[in-house]
Design a protein around this ligand. Structure first.
Ligand SMILES: C[S@@+](CC[C@H](N)C(=O)[O-])C[C@H]1O[C@@H](n2cnc3c(N)ncnc32)[C@H](O)[C@@H]1O
Length: 261
């Protein structure tokens, strides 16, 4: 385990299969889970080099869904009674995973199906170009903390004003020139995680990312004054996440961070 060694800026990184690590976390102690697991792309996801890669190949859909079902059940156990989960997936499996979440959390605990509209990528001559991921938001119980995030209004009438975000979140994906880019494949933008964590985890609460990759969720959570726990089975991901968190130093505010959008 690697941690911040500092009570004020609190983060913990745990290396290993999240299934094994989650068994050791106490029940009912996490306020928000953000999970960005492998998407069942059936590819080796490659980053800047072969060293920065993780395997996302599965014998079949059933084996992927069994993998997810086991871990979603464990994540349900560690959530506080007023906690919530955000499961980040895409068109390949979001429909299956929503049914799984209905079974594990209860269909009545469904809160939102968020669309992350990321912009990057090409077009297709044979279908509509795929330009979004899906983020499934479920509550653990009856109570849930939520602070509506504010985003710039787009209508002419409200030009220059802010408005409450909708379930379609338009934030650019990390491009090749972005300063926040670590080289880890499928890294998500800090701006997206800041919006999600700020909305769905209470200040001072604990945010858990069981597939933390380069540590984006932890960077956002610590910057917003939440405690953060990250798990990844790839040692190189843990190394990158540790470096990012160490470089953070004192908590930052979103306004003080350089953005690349
Ligand atoms: C989609 S990436 C996460 C990217 C991350 N959100 C970021 O911004 O860098 C999925 C991650 O899950 C990790 N992973 C795959 N299977 C795992 C498992 N069983 N337990 C823990 N981590 C796992 C991979 O190593 C990879 O880093």
């Amino acid at each position: 385990m690697i941690d911040s060694g500092n009570n004020e800026v609190s983060w913990r990184l745990l290396a290993g299969d999240c299934s094994e690590v989650l068994d050791d976390l106490p029940e009912g102690t996490v306020d928000l889970v953000y999970a960005d697991p492998p998407f069942a792309t059936n590819q080796v996801q490659k980053g800047r080099s072969d060293r920065l890669a993780y395997d996302d190949r599965w014998p079949d859909l059933d084996s992927y869904l069994s993998f997810m079902a086991a871990r979603l059940t464990q994540l349900h156990r560690v959530l506080a009674p007023d906690g919530a989960i955000l499961l980040h997936v895409d068109w390949r499996s979001s429909h299956h995973l929503r049914v799984l979440l209905d079974e594990i959390f209860g269909a009545e605990r469904f809160v939102n199906h968020l669309v992350w509209q990321y912009g990057l990528g090409g077009s297709s001559p044979s279908r509509f170009a795929r330009k979004h991921d899906d983020i499934l938001y479920y509550a653990r119980g009856d109570e849930r903390w939520f602070e509506p995030p504010m985003v710039p209004a787009t209508s002419r009438r409200m030009a220059g004003m802010m408005k409450k975000a909708t379930d379609v979140i338009a934030i650019p994906a990390i491009n090749n020139m972005a300063t926040e880019r670590t080289g880890w494949p499928t890294q998500k933008p800090v701006a997206l995680l800041e919006l999600l964590v700020g909305a769905c985890a209470k200040p001072g609460g604990t945010v858990l990312d069981p597939f933390c990759g380069s540590g984006t969720t932890l960077v956002a959570a610590v910057g917003l004054g939440r405690k953060a726990i990250g798990i990844d089975r790839h040692p190189e991901a843990i190394r990158i996440a540790e470096q990012r968190l160490t470089e953070l130093g004192d908590p930052i505010t979103p306004a003080s961070r350089q953005t690349d959008a």
